[in-house]
Design a protein around this ligand. Structure first.
Ligand SMILES: Nc1ncnc2c1ncn2[C@@H]1O[C@H](COP(=O)(O)OP(=O)(O)OP(=O)(O)O)[C@@H](O)[C@H]1O
Length: 352
């Protein structure tokens, strides 16, 4: 059976302003998130991430296109019905958006008060959420007395109060340090598993995508340019922009001393410098030593990194092939035959 789609954006475009000052923030976006998935949207600053996520609960109304959540087309609803439908969609933000004059308990209770629930029902709902988010001993504290991570936990509890089926996370960990980020991501993953909540998050950090997302979309200039399962995205990116994100994340760049000597074209006595990416099974193969033997060349590894991503392995390496031109050409063909992603960065002359 096909997965049930929980969030559907169909041909969504968003233009801010009009005439000469019009800014197209989203261009014909199609995004379908199945129930229970954690889906990430990653992109550079200004790419349209916030606009996209705000279009899901119609905090921004798309200029054209349709938005459905849980099989209800939000773009077709009148205001009162839309307000009710929004109870099924929780949202958390980068800067938490808590009410400073209310205690933790009262912040979490707020959406339920707005839904006119009675005090007992509110207490029955809020207490387990404080337990779930690790805030049981903070019920009477005020936001000013909390750390950033604790504030985001309050925001998560508040977002869950109306028992939504979907949680939208707008750069939810961008204001947090790495350790707190990982504890909040752990909480989101836990909620996803325990409650079966569908999560759509936007981020500019690959770490977030790597840690908890199942699938990821890449947004560039308002367009979704790539969508993939997270393991595939890291191991076989299809666009130049995705490769840039991955390289920046893995921080694998040739040393500056090498870059200074890198030439575009081979010259007599120069050797190719490669960036190799390998994934999945190849890692268990002693490919580099086989290559050296099969092609009778030396391989000088300048940088290497191995990452484990959603049960898959991704290896990146910058290496110089040292040998006569016909042998290094043979080695390049060998590598490509073995399904490695090979990029020739340039050529360098050795001085030894
Ligand atoms: N309310 C608005 N009015 C006019 N233009 C806007 C508005 N909100 C966003 N934009 C523009 O739309 C484009 C997309 O912005 P958006 O905030 O969605 O991107 P983003 O990827 O979330 O960026 P960041 O990561 O910097 O927050 C940008 O060019 C931005 O200047």
């Amino acid at each position: 059976m096909a997965d049930r789609i929980m969030i559907a954006l169909d041909n969504v475009s968003k233009i801010y302003g009009s005439g000469q000052h019009a800014i197209t923030a989203l261009k014909d976006v199609n995004l379908h998130v199945p129930q229970g998935d954690i889906h990430g949207v990653i992109g550079l600053s200004g790419a349209g991430k916030s606009t996209l996520i705000r279009c899901v609960n119609l905090l921004e109304r798309p200029t054209t296109g349709h938005v459905s959540v849980d099989d209800q087309e939000l773009t077709a609803l009148d205001r009162a019905t839309l307000n009710r439908a929004r109870h099924g969609i929780g949202m958390i933000f980068q800067h938490f958006n808590l009410l400073t004059s209310r205690t933790v308990f009262d912040n979490v209770a707020l959406p339920l008060e707005l839904m006119r629930m009675d005090k007992n029902t509110i207490r029955e709902r809020v207490q387990p959420l404080l337990d779930l988010t690790g805030l049981a001993d903070k019920a009477d504290s005020y936001p000013a007395e909390l750390s950033g991570g604790q504030k985001q936990r309050v925001a998560i509890a508040r977002a869950l109060a109306s028992r939504p089926k979907v949680l939208l996370c707008d750069e939810a960990t961008s204001a947090l340090d790495p350790q707190t980020t990982s504890s909040i991501l752990g909480l989101l993953e836990d909620i996803n598993r325990r409650l079966g909540l569908t999560i759509l998050l936007i981020t500019h950090e690959m770490e977030v995508v790597k840690s908890i997302c199942h699938r990821v979309s890449l947004i560039s200039d308002g367009e979704l340019v790539e969508e993939a399962e997270v393991g595939d995205f890291f191991t076989s990116p299809r666009t130049h922009l995705a490769r840039r994100f991955i390289n920046d994340f893995l921080e694998i760049e040739p040393p500056q001393s090498l870059l200074d000597h890198l030439q575009n074209d081979p010259t007599p006595g120069s050797h190719p410098v490669l960036r190799l990416a390998y994934s999945g099974d190849e890692i268990s193969t002693p490919l580099i030593s086989r290559l050296a033997r099969a092609c009778d060349i030396d391989i000088s590894i300048l940088e290497a990194k191995v990452e484990s991503i959603r049960h898959r392995t991704l290896g990146l390496m910058i290496a110089e092939l040292v040998g006569p031109p016909e042998k290094t050409r043979e080695a390049l063909a060998y590598l490509e035959d073995h399904d490695l992603t090979v990029e020739v960065l340039g050529h360098v002359r050795r001085h030894d």
